[in-house]
Design a protein around this ligand. Structure first.
Ligand code: ARG
Length: 400
């Protein structure tokens, strides 16, 4: 068990099983880079207050930056006996620079760190998801252009409805993902990463944090701000719920696209040929080519919705302010972000390889039913009331 950030008031050692049960390092290590950012700003703020002497500040910042570089180069390894990433980094600094490290945590709380780290994570990942969506939109356009002038059967109730342009059909998905991008942009615009809330109360002046943030960001677009209402800051997980809601909507769109493509690639429809690189075969039936990627995307919808519901439920009855229940927000957050990113990235490649079976589609388009509205319209233009034309054509096409 690594050194903890608390313990003075306890006479007994923590129970080993309970320690294992309550630690979060095995998943919150993903916040390491963001936690370094918190520590850098905090060290700068401590410098402003005079708590850290200039030399101490420089030494601490040097050690933090070293760990920061290890994280960037994927060389960072956490100690599995650490309680969480905040403790782990604190211990690593102590190993680097000795007792001076003990000053880093002056007047700050992990409650503030964890809220800051997660908001910063959401800020970065929201941009990443947005960029991936941009690629998906480009792939959809490539497929649209490949079949620019091709018509296909359009459906309502999964029953043949009217002839539509394949380009317009694909553009419907383009519109969905474009809306998703807007949702992400709005989320990003409203997301402020706050620092300085303490456990629930400010212990260092807002102005000192303000100056520290400026120095850290070097005047760049200030999405990091000193905490305004410290009580809200350590209690709030709305931003996770909001991002997971957006990811759930993206997931729903991916799932609907998958369902359509699964259906259209069946022998029964036969309209589409799916790219082989994203399908798998059967260990028994030699002829099979199964749309596993699309099925997994459709299947993951349960996980992505579940992650959202999990956090909504965890938060619903929590008394203000921070409660340990909130530690359980990380796995659903990371899980949804990682799954949706993978899905979008693979879908962007997948879409480009989709082929339309134009001969099969042409054959299907011979179905008279698809033109019933056009025929009713012709009668209307000749002066027949629409209800009467509807009735006449309906009788003509009955059962055809
Ligand atoms: N591991 C905790 C979490 O992720 C960090 C905050 C713990 N704060 C505390 N007072 N125990 O929520």
């Amino acid at each position: 068990m690594a050194k903890k950030l608390w313990g003075g008031r306890f006479k007994k050692e923590i129970d080993k099983d309970f320690f294992e049960f309550q630690k979060s390092i095995q998943y919150d290590y993903k916040l390491a880079g963001y936690d370094i950012a918190h520590s850098l700003i905090h060290a700068l703020a401590l410098g402003k207050t005079g708590i850290l002497k200039p030399k101490e500040k420089t030494k601490l910042i040097g050690a933090l930056k070293k760990i920061g570089n290890e994280i960037k180069q994927n060389k960072f390894k956490y100690e599995s006996g650490s309680e969480d990433i905040h403790t782990d980094i604190q211990n690593k600094i102590e190993k680097k620079i000795g007792k001076l490290a003990l000053k880093l945590h002056t007047l700050r709380s992990r409650n503030d760190q964890v809220a800051f780290d997660e908001k910063f994570y959401c800020h970065v990942e929201c941009k990443n998801v947005g960029n991936l969506l941009e690629n998906l939109l480009k792939s959809i356009v490539i497929l649209e252009n490949k079949y620019k002038n091709v018509s296909v059967v359009g459906y309502t109730h999964t029953q043949r409805a009217q002839k539509i342009n394949f380009k317009d059909y694909l553009c419907a998905f383009y519109c969905m993902f474009e809306r998703d991008k807007k949702r992400l942009n709005n989320f990003l615009k409203n997301l402020e990463v706050h620092i300085g809330a303490g456990a629930l109360l400010r212990n260092i002046k807002k102005e000192d944090y303000g100056k520290a943030i400026k120095e850290y960001l070097k005047g760049s677009n200030a999405f990091i701000k000193p905490s305004e209402n410290t009580i809200d800051d350590v209690s709030d997980r709305d931003f996770i719920i909001e991002l997971l809601s957006i990811l759930s909507i993206i997931q729903m769109h991916l799932s609907r696209l998958s369902e359509d493509f699964i259906l259209y690639s069946t022998k029964e429809f036969g309209f589409m040929e799916l790219p082989e690189e994203f399908c798998t075969g059967s260990s028994l039936m030699p002829h099979k080519k199964n749309p596993d990627f699309l099925e997994l995307v459709r299947g993951y919808t349960g996980r992505i919705y579940g992650n959202l519901i999990s956090i909504l439920t965890t938060m619903k009855g929590l008394p203000l302010t921070y409660n340990r229940d909130m530690q359980l927000d990380k796995e659903p957050l990371f899980s949804s972000v990682e799954i949706v990113k993978d899905e979008i990235a693979i879908m962007s490649k997948f879409i480009k390889g989709v082929k339309l079976n134009e001969l099969v589609v042409k054959e299907a388009l011979k179905d008279k039913n698809l033109y019933s509205v056009d025929r009713a319209k012709e009668l209307v233009l000749k002066g027949m009331p629409f209800r009467q034309a509807h009735d006449k054509i309906g009788k003509e096409l009955r059962g055809k």
